[in-house]
Design a protein. Structure first.
Lengths: 543, 162, 496
């Protein structure tokens, strides 16, 4: 049977993922890592398991996200099984001399002890260790008689302040998710009323009949649409435009390769252009949001657009060079047939209004996620989107992003992210090298993993490096997050890198090496271009 | 992942040979099985069911010893396992009554008359399988290179996932 | 005469003479005279009902004048008696024969009690001389009676002419109707024939389309396969092996499809890197061939050679298919040709069993699920119209198939009687049979048990069948088959 060997390898992959995932989850329970809080260990277990499951796709990636949220609620929330009835163990420090005190050895954490304010909260104070025995003699000015100190510095409540479970659940309704939902609604309605197809026809017309320009046209249109719609849906739609062309091109003409390849590349690149373009953007924005940094819709576009244009042009040139076309001229048959029904008109108006409001946030100050509720409410109230349309929205993507955001929260507040990055003294490196490392790591991971998953795993690390000061002076959270998100989206080396690549590959018109050649150029030059922008352009926009 | 089978039912072995040969290029994705009669086909369907696989398409002659092709198709339409199977009648002759019955009771998808042209038969089979795959499969990518691309891309577009 | 009164054209003349020679007045006058005259009183003669006054063919001596009651007149024809009509008071009976002496022309009978004056020649002359005034009236009456008779005769002539004309018209009408009926009957018969023809062509389409499809597609593949085979066979060290597989394919026997599936499953393990379609071919092979393939099974490097051998086998297979399909088509066309042979003007001496066999061949599509039990004994040739008898077999076999819903047993047998002067043919089925009530009318035109708008025919198939058989001086009858179903028995005489 044709599928047998594939089935077998799938099974091996599944079992490997499952076993590694479980090992990853259990590892922190059996090993204690110094410098990592108790909760940090739990978070590490969840992190490792999620990373393995995401990498091996042992279970669908969105269900891994759901599992993450479930485990966080059960294990890490204030109401969960571990922390619901936890209280700090306390003891009283014995006054030894006039300025020295005796405390139990377990109560000392390096050169710190913790004074218990109540059963859950404590204050850390620095002490001077005078003598170590069963009881440690310390000196501190902050200690007073009868002060309750935390008797066990390794207690689970030390180093982690449990948060309410609703915080984890709430990620699904976080502003960035709502922003995405708004985008989904617009995209779903656009597909329903063929707005995407008609826009394509209109936009492709000016590009004429020269094969080179047709390709450029296809790329520009694809990138534009994928900035607002899902990259996958855009790719599939544009493929329906490209397939009739391919059918008329001679089998040995490399123009076939270009046609099939330009669309997924443009879709991947186009996704960078707006916050709602692809989920990694959402992860970046959500993580920045945790730090109280708000990125406006328009600001994102202004920052990313030069990169998008550059990469599109670069990809176009690369393909022209690698796959020269024999065809001299090609006439596209484009049908424009805008739906003029009432719901379609409502959609056009709402689409225009929403996009306008997104780009003018700096003028009116309404956050983009609030604007996103305009199409959500507008399209349903007017009946443009019906029950079955809403059901068919890609809800699992929202869960995927929500799980990523939730994982980021725990990595941050259990100190896991900090612990992971603190092992290397990063401040020894110049900023640009740090950014470069992050970019390359993200690019490489993302070539094999889902872009969203990569962003979920990498961006929290960068953020905690910035907040903790490990990265040193001048490390910008915004620039690093954007750079990583961009790097995630530039990964288009392999068919498995992104769904658009998979679609293009499945058409059978291209071979993996074709994709790899273009992918390498875009990835490497993309990272360089990102670094250049991060130094010369982005700082001016942020300020 | 279960296999999607194509079943050809035809009592004349030479004809069965060429039908299967015509569809050969699909075999890499859709294993093809032949049956010489309706009874044979029933047994085959059962085996495929027990192996946990599915039947995407049946290409069936009408006039055969034993039960007629249309009877088999009607029966398949009533069975949940084969209800979504695309049903094609490939026959030199079926009376109007039988054909009406096939359309009404078996939801016959296509009628191909003998003798056929390979390209026509392939196109019909590919189109029907495309519909089957769109209806029943979540991941359409594996089928892009063998089935009707445009239809599949259209389906991916309207499914609209990221 | 009564009937003359109804003749409108003569009515006027009669009215005008009435005052002169009125019969009523004459009878009144006579009656008056009778009371006064002894002579007349002696002439009075009364007849009872049914008594004959005058008899046809006898000489006549008496002239009767009816005074009361009515008499009937009859004329004996060759084989019928014509009723001429009644005579009432004032009318004369036997006037012509009395005056001319010829034999009595018409028999006259009393219809009721009749009172008459009976004159013989003497009395008549006496009456004339004795009552001259009345005699004048009598003369007038006699003449007017004669004139009336003449008029009536003319009227009758006219009436006959008119009747003849109407009769001619009716005759023409009848002729036309008969012609029309004939036309309708012919139309029905040709419609029935067309229906049978439709059934036959549809069946033939299926019968020929199957091998034609196999033929067309096989030729396609063979032309592809062969060129590849020739090209790549150079790579193979020995062409005898290729030849061996080709020949094996050529003489392949078709395997049971379920068994073959089992083989495919087990072979898929052995020839693991072969495509599924190739494995299907391998599964067709016998153990000897598979044994010969074994050396090439494991290694991927040998795969090209393995494919070559399988292709050779498949080429043989397709060639075999072409051979079978071609001979099948040839056979069908031959059968059709002799089946549909136009029967000449005169019958020919034929073995009717050939026609039965050809009919079965052509109706093959209807008989896929029907088991045919043929028991055709040696029989002498009979003088017949082959095409028409084929129509009979076709009708009866299709009828049987319809009755059995196309699945069951069909029994066909034939033989000679012991006297060696009759050939019989039996066509029977094990369907539901024919109820006795229906058996009687089954050969009548327009009788059918098929539902309205059914498959074919107008229900005169069996009528035609009977017609054809009668044309051959044969008989057809229907009985119940032993063990259920209907049996048609046909008997044909053997001409010397």
């Amino acid at each position: 049977m044709p599928g047998k060997s594939k089935q077998k390898s799938n099974q091996i992959k599944f079992l490997t993922g499952l076993i590694l995932g479980i090992i990853g989850f259990c590892l922190p329970l059996f090993f204690t890592f110094s410098g990592l809080s108790y909760a940090g260990h739990i978070a590490l277990g969840i992190f490792l398991m999620a990373a393995v499951f995401w990498m091996f796709e042992t279970i669908p990636i969105y269900s891994t996200s759901m599992l993450v949220i479930f485990l966080q609620v059960v294990l890490l929330s204030q109401q969960g099984v571990i922390f619901s009835d936890a209280s700090l163990p306390t003891t009283t420090a014995k006054q030894h001399t006039s300025d020295s005190w005796l405390v139990p050895a377990e109560a000392v954490d390096g050169e710190r002890i913790y004074i218990a304010n109540d059963s859950r909260n404590y204050t850390a104070i620095d002490v001077k260790i005078l003598d170590r025995a069963d009881w440690v003699e310390i000196r501190s000015n902050e200690l007073q008689t009868d002060a309750k100190i935390v008797s066990n510095a390794n207690h689970k409540l030390v180093g982690y302040k449990p948060v309410s479970f609703s915080l984890f659940f709430g990620t699904l309704a976080s502003p960035i998710i709502i922003l995405f939902l708004g985008g989904f609604m617009l995209a779903g309605a656009a597909v329903k009323y063929n707005l995407d197809k008609n826009l394509t026809s209109v936009l492709l017309k000016p590009f004429g009949t020269k094969p080179g320009f047709i390709v450029l046209g296809l790329m520009v249109v694809t990138a534009t649409l994928s900035a607002f719609m899902s990259n996958t849906a855009t790719t599939a739609m544009m493929m329906t435009v490209a397939i009739p062309i391919v059918a008329q091109v001679a089998r040995e003409d490399k123009f076939r390769i270009v046609l099939a390849l330009c669309i997924p590349i443009a879709a991947n690149i186009g996704g960078m252009a707006t916050p709602i373009g692809t989920p990694p953007n959402a992860i970046a924005i959500a993580n920045l949001g945790q730090q109280g940094i708000n990125i406006e819709f328009g600001t994102w576009v202004v920052m990313m657009l030069p990169l998008v244009i550059l990469l599109l042009f670069l990809a176009w040139l690369t393909m022209r060079f690698l796959f020269p076309t024999k065809l001299r001229e090609f006439k596209l048959s484009l049908k424009v047939d805008f739906n003029k029904s009432r719901p379609a008109i409502i959609l056009y108006l709402l689409f225009a209004a929403t996009v306008l409001l997104w780009f003018t946030e700096s003028v009116h100050g309404i956050p983009s996620s609030m604007v996103a509720f305009l199409p959500i409410a507008g399209l349903t109230v007017t009946g443009v989107m019906k029950q079955e349309d809403i059901r068919s929205l890609p809800w699992e993507v929202l869960w995927l992003v929500a799980g990523g955001i939730a994982l980021g929260i725990s990595m941050e507040n259990t100190g896991l992210a900090m612990w992971l990055v603190s092992s290397i003294s990063w401040d020894a490196f110049p900023q640009i090298v740090l950014l470069g490392v992050f970019g390359l790591v993200a690019l490489n991971l993302s070539n094999f993993l889902s872009n969203t998953v990569t962003a979920t795993l990498v961006i929290p690390l960068a953020i905690s490096m910035g907040t903790s000061g490990i990265a040193g002076e001048g490390f910008s959270l915004v620039i690093s997050s954007l750079a990583i998100a961009a790097a995630c989206n530039m990964a288009m080396l392999l068919p498995i890198s992104t769904p658009p690549n998979a679609i293009a590959m499945s058409t059978g018109f291209i071979k993996t090496p074709d994709m790899v050649k273009v992918g390498i150029v875009i990835g490497l030059i993309g990272i360089v271009a990102t670094l250049v922008l991060s130094q010369l352009y982005w700082p001016f926009i942020i300020n | 992942m279960s296999d999607i089978y194509i079943i050809c039912v035809e009592d004349e072995p030479q004809v069965l040979d060429v039908v299967i040969r015509d569809l050969e290029q699909l075999e890499e994705f859709f294993p093809i099985e032949g049956a010489a009669s309706a009874n044979d086909a029933r047994q085959l369907i059962n085996e495929i069911k027990e192996d946990g696989n599915r039947i995407g398409l049946i290409l069936c002659d009408h006039i055969m010893p034993g039960d007629k092709g249309v009877d088999l198709l009607v029966e398949m339409q009533k069975d949940e396992f084969t209800q979504s199977t695309r049903k094609i009648l490939l026959t030199g002759q079926a009376g109007l009554d039988d054909t009406i019955q096939a359309v009404n009771k078996a939801r016959l998808n296509q009628y191909v008359s003998k003798p056929w042209k390979k390209e026509e038969l392939l196109k019909i089979v590919i189109d029907e399988l495309t519909d089957f795959v769109i209806e029943t499969e979540d991941d359409l990518l594996p089928y892009l290179s063998v089935l009707n691309q445009e239809k599949l891309q259209e389906a991916i577009r309207s499914k609209g996932y990221i | 005469m009564n009937s003359s009164k109804k003749q409108g054209s003569l009515h006027l003349t009669e009215e005008s003479t009435r005052s002169l020679y009125d019969k009523e007045i004459f009878v009144q006058n006579i009656n008056q005279l009778i009371t006064e005259s002894e002579l007349l009183k002696s002439l009075l003669k009364t007849f009872e009902e049914g008594e004959v006054l005058l008899e046809e063919g006898m000489p006549n001596k008496t002239l009767y004048v009816v005074l009361e009651g009515e008499v009937s007149q009859h004329k004996e024809g060759e084989d019928i008696t014509a009723d001429i009509g009644l005579l009432g008071p004032g009318e004369f009976c036997g006037l012509l024969s009395f005056q001319t002496g010829e034999p009595i022309f018409i028999t006259i009978k009393a219809q009721s009690q009749v009172k008459t004056l009976a004159f013989d020649h003497n009395n008549f002359d006496l009456f004339y001389t004795k009552y001259p005034e009345i005699s004048r009236t009598l003369n007038g009456l006699i003449f007017s009676n004669l004139a009336e008779r003449y008029r009536n005769m003319l009227g009758l002539h006219l009436e006959v002419a008119k009747l003849t004309r109407e009769l001619e018209k009716e005759k023409n009408q009848l002729r036309k109707t008969i012609k029309e009926l004939e036309r309708t009957r012919n139309a029905y018969i040709s419609q029935e024939k067309m229906a049978t023809l439709g059934e036959l062509t549809a069946g033939l389409a299926h019968e020929i389309n199957n091998p034609a499809s196999a033929l067309l597609r096989s030729v396609d593949y063979l032309s592809q396969n062969l060129s590849q085979l020739v090209e790549s066979s150079a790579k193979f060290p020995s062409t005898t092996e290729i030849r061996y597989f080709f020949d094996a394919g050529l003489s392949r026997e078709y395997a049971d499809s379920i068994e073959q599936r089992g083989r495919m499953k087990s072979l898929a393990g052995v020839f693991s890197h072969l495509q599924r379609s190739k494995i299907r071919m391998v599964a067709e092979m016998n153990d000897d061939l598979i044994e010969r393939l074994m050396p090439y099974s494991g290694k991927k490097s040998q795969q090209e050679l393995l494919n070559l051998l399988i292709d050779a086998y498949q080429s043989g297979l397709f060639l075999n298919g072409i051979r079978l399909s071609t001979s099948r088509i040839e056979f069908l066309v031959k059968s059709l040709k002799s089946y549909s042979r136009q029967s000449g003007k005169s019958p020919e001496m034929t073995d009717i069993r050939n026609g039965i066999r050809e009919t079965l061949q052509i109706l093959g599509h209807r008989l896929k699920s029907v088991k045919v039990h043929l028991n055709l004994e040696e029989i002498p040739l009979i003088n017949c119209f082959v095409g028409e008898l084929n129509q009979v077999w076709t009708n009866l076999i299709i009828n049987a198939c319809d009755a059995m819903n196309d699945s069951g047993n069909l029994y066909i047998s034939c033989g000679v009687n012991s006297a060696n002067d009759l050939v019989w043919v039996k066509i029977a089925d094990d369907g539901p049979g024919v109820p006795d009530k229906i058996k009687k009318k089954i050969f009548q035109p327009s009788f059918t048990t098929k539902t309205a708008g059914g498959d074919f025919g107008l229900g005169i198939g069996l009528a035609i069948t009977q017609g054809v058989i009668e044309k051959h001086q044969g008989t057809i009858s229907i009985t119940d088959r032993d063990g259920g179903g209907a049996e048609f028995l046909m008997i044909f005489p053997i001409d010397e």
